[in-house]
Design a protein around this ligand. Structure first.
Ligand SMILES: [Zn+2]
Length: 407
């Protein structure tokens, strides 16, 4: 570990220096861009060139407008190379699943098969995104069934939440079956985990978690959940244990996926503030990277503020320490922020390149993105093709291969 990182004053100074340099670089880049013409491209060095193996991705719904073939063609024309459609939550699938209820919208369509076929035609890799623990888009009947079976999380006041409790063996088995059928039945390039977290600090306090926590830690519990909830004597221990539950679950899912398909590329979409979010949501992205569970990591740095974006990215780069590529998530159409136009996206892509990201993923594919943003990007920012070097070495970026063996 570099010593200056551990000194808060030096670290802050480093961040500030980096950010000031960044503002100058990006400002110049944008200024030269507006002056450039087709016959006189922007001054070399003004725009940070793309890495050879840059990942250029977009998150999307299970389907896109008007259809996957058209969307993949447009992405291909703008030299994008990856799509991350959500394909299921633990309560509903938009592909032909044998273990999850299939959505009524997907009875006549296997949206994932359509995406993979179109991606193959247009040279775009499909990374199936699994919403791991929240029962998003599940029917009320499915949620009630899971609640009845005691498989969901309980909060402090004993309310059942529409989230799978990760300590339930039935839930872990279900998720392993899901990833196994996905990597076995579809020609997907990768698998991405999303919503692999707790909804907040105040869960899970089910009887099974109590028993497991006691067995794992040997901690004396007099009052449950008061002892482990915020302000409780065992709160910190419980918080760490929660993180271990999710890291352990991810380890099991990754092992299942890699056993079925050793070449599968595994990533996770994670919250941006790793230390704070590990405590609040149990999502310890740094541990996931350090244990070699991910081939790349995608923090969702959704902000319209370039300084925030850069500062978050810098912190994440420090945490990753080049173990795996960091593919930065940018959110022009996210809940957290809306961009004024494609120039803002270009700016954050440039910041990502300047700060050593291995690529970017944009949230979210929609008509405006296809019609307004993609052609704009293709003019300069993604004018040259890029092909991620899965499992190989790119001279400028850390390898997209697995450099760490799982524990
Ligand atoms: Zn539980």
């Amino acid at each position: 570990m570099m010593q200056w990182h551990s000194n808060p004053i030096l670290y802050t100074a480093g961040v500030l220096a980096g950010v000031i340099g960044l503002i100058l670089a990006v400002g110049w880049s944008i200024a030269t861009r507006s002056e450039s013409t087709a016959s006189q491209p922007a001054a070399s060095g003004a725009n940070k060139p793309a890495r050879a193996g840059e990942v250029r991705g977009v998150w999307s719904s299970y389907q896109v407008t008007p259809d996957w073939d058209t969307a993949m063609q447009k992405l291909s024309q703008a030299n994008f190379n990856a799509v991350f459609p959500y394909v299921c939550s633990p309560g509903v699938a938009y592909y032909t699943s044998k273990v999850l209820p299939v959505s009524r919208f997907a009875q006549d369509h296997d949206y994932l098969a359509e995406a993979v076929a179109a991606g193959g035609k247009w040279g775009i890799g499909v990374h199936a995104r699994v919403l791991a623990l929240e029962l998003l888009f599940a029917t009320d009947a499915t949620k009630a069934e899971m609640a009845e079976a005691g498989r969901l999380m309980l909060n402090t006041s004993g309310t059942t939440l529409p989230w799978l409790c990760p300590t339930d063996e039935r839930n872990r088995r279900l998720l392993k079956q899901v990833v196994t059928e996905l990597v076995t039945n579809y020609g997907i390039e990768g698998l991405q985990f999303d919503y692999l977290r707790y909804p907040w600090r105040d869960c899970c306090f089910c009887a099974r978690c109590r028993e497991q926590f006691a067995a794992d830690t040997g901690a004396p519990i007099d009052n449950w959940p008061e002892d482990v909830a915020d302000e409780g004597a065992l709160a910190q221990q419980f918080n760490v244990w929660r993180q271990q539950q999710l890291t352990g679950l991810l380890g099991e899912l990754v092992a299942a996926a890699r056993t079925a398909r050793p070449d599968i590329i595994i990533s996770a979409a994670v919250l941006p503030h790793w230390q704070v979010h590990a405590e609040n949501f149990g999502q310890c992205a740094q541990a996931w990277v350090e244990r070699g569970l991910l081939d790349f990591v995608c923090p969702m740095n959704y902000t319209a503020d370039r300084l925030d974006f850069a500062t978050w990215l810098l912190g994440q780069r420090k945490a990753v320490a080049d173990r795996v590529p960091l593919i930065v998530g940018i959110g022009p159409f996210s809940d957290a922020c809306q961009f004024s136009g494609p120039e803002q996206l270009v700016e954050q892509i440039q910041i990502g390149r300047a700060f050593g990201a291995g690529g970017f993923i944009v949230f979210n594919y929609n008509e405006q993105f296809a019609e307004q943003y993609l052609p704009y990007l293709a003019e300069e920012t993604t004018a040259q093709p890029a092909r991620p070097v899965w499992g190989g070495l790119s001279p400028e970026s850390p390898s997209l291969s697995r450099t760490n063996a799982p524990d």
